[in-house]
Design a protein around this ligand. Structure first.
Ligand code: PLP
Length: 434
């Protein structure tokens, strides 16, 4: 029996890590008022004042728009539905190519397929893990119409470089800011750096309403289309008049009055949740990067990072053991988080498998047995989803990157020290892993 918990030794920590429950009396009071009113939603799927939703939805939208400095905020019922609205509003048509990161939650790419666009995966930056502008430029073809950028882990993408490329090739930028509410890029909020930005309000995000999302944009025409796609466009368009019929198929992506009041209370707290998260991440990084095999990738110049997850780079040559072995051993020293016990230890080798390796893309099959939208006559390009198309992403995912979530407020110094001590214990006893 070794010293390391993975070899049967005693764990550093047995007690569960603290829950992060950010719902308090303000949400409870606001929700109670909505419940007492009896009117839990006020949307109508026709051209009517209630096409825009109830009082609380509209107030919440105004609050989000002014907070983030955007002209419009459009409340939806998830970031995924917001992405679908954005792809539709961008006018993506069958066979159009949309460049997207392969290292993100699957919806960033799947939303493109809803309007029968073809996702084209560009590689990511080896240090900041967002779309690499050079790779984006290399993937542009005559069929490219838009780019879906992702502020992955909570750090804004390279907005100046991507904007330059988009301008040159006349492309729309959709920013998936699900992981980065409150992050800054040269004084502007993540989410407002492209043509449309989308925030998630699902339970796992910085702030949440259970399920929910918000799209922000400065463009009146895009805002109009986003609202139509959110709420049964096809049934509204005729009476509303003055609309192109292109892509005006709508859905029910409407937010309820209950989620709207929660969303408002949650945004008021955003800064007070982000600041301790940043401090905790700095504390962990300062400690564990003293270990020679662990590197902090740092923060892009001019940006702040809000750490949805905290990424690190692992050097297996320096360590003499593979990343997975090391991280498995650290995780074995620790305990799950309260309310999220079933998810295991919140420390992960890599993030998500590069999206193009999912069966859907490997088979190029999304509608029954057909290969639409990858087939002629609509699609004239030749996109590849073969292993190896994004070598940086694959190397990071399979060998180098690990992410830590054991740093949310209300983690105390003692909680953080347990995390740090687990890394030190494994590093000091690394011979047990060889
Ligand atoms: C969470 C997340 C989504 C999906 O958000 P939902 O609100 O659950 O639909 C999309 N993209 C990224 C990058 C995410 O982290």
């Amino acid at each position: 029996m070794g010293k390391l918990a993975i070899n049967g030794g005693k764990k550093i920590r047995e007690k569960l890590f603290p829950a992060y429950n950010y719902i308090d009396d303000n949400e409870i009071k606001a929700v109670t008022n909505v419940l007492k009113s009896g009117k839990l939603s006020q949307f109508l799927g026709c051209w009517d004042p209630d096409f825009f939703g109830g009082k609380n939805v509209r107030e919440m939208e105004e609050f989000y728009a002014s907070y983030f400095g955007a002209k419009h905020a459009i409340a939806v019922n998830s970031n995924t539905s917001g992405l679908i609205c954005a792809v539709g509003a961008a006018g993506i048509s069958p066979g159009d190519e949309v460049i997207v990161s392969p290292y993100t939650m699957s919806a960033s790419a799947a939303s493109i397929l809803v309007f029968n666009g073809v996702p084209v995966f560009a590689d990511i930056e080896p240090d900041y893990f967002c779309l690499d502008p050079k790779s984006v430029e290399a993937k542009i073809t005559p069929y490219t119409k838009a780019i879906v950028v992702v502020d992955i882990f909570g750090l804004p993408y390279d907005a100046d470089a991507i904007r330059k490329i988009a301008k040159k090739h006349n492309l729309i930028i959709i920013e998936d800011a699900a992981q980065a509410p409150g992050a800054m890029y040269n004084g502007k909020y993540a989410g407002t750096l492209g043509d449309m930005g989308i925030f998630s309000l699902n339970y796992h995000k910085h702030i949440h309403t259970g399920e929910g999302g918000v799209v922000v944009t400065d463009n009146d025409d895009l805002a109009d289309r986003l609202r139509l796609i959110r709420n049964h466009a096809e049934a509204v368009i005729e009476d509303k008049g003055n609309q192109s019929l292109n892509n005006m198929l709508g859905f029910n992506f409407r937010m309820t009055e209950i989620e709207a009041v929660i969303a408002k209370e949650q945004l008021k707290k955003l800064k007070s949740l982000i600041d301790p998260r940043m401090e905790n991440c700095k504390y962990i990084a300062d400690q564990i990067t003293k270990l020679p095999m662990i590197k902090d990738p740092g923060v892009r110049k001019g940006c702040t990072h809000v750490y949805y997850q905290q990424p690190f780079l692992f050097d297996s040559k320096v360590a003499g053991v593979a990343r997975n072995k090391f991280i498995d051993a650290v995780a074995a020293e620790l305990s799950p988080t309260t309310l999220r016990e079933t998810e295991g230890i919140q420390l992960s080798s890599g993030y998500v498998k590069p999206i193009y390796l999912q069966p859907l893309y490997q088979k190029k099959q999304v509608y029954g047995n057909s290969h639409f939208p990858w087939e002629p006559p609509y699609y004239k390009g030749d996109v590849s989803y073969a292993k190896g198309i994004c070598p940086v992403t694959e190397s990071l995912h399979y060998d180098q990157l690990f992410t830590n979530e054991l740093m949310h407020p209300p983690f105390t110094k003692e909680d953080l020290n347990d995390v740090v001590n687990a890394f030190y214990k494994v590093a000091e006893n690394i011979n047990e892993l060889k």
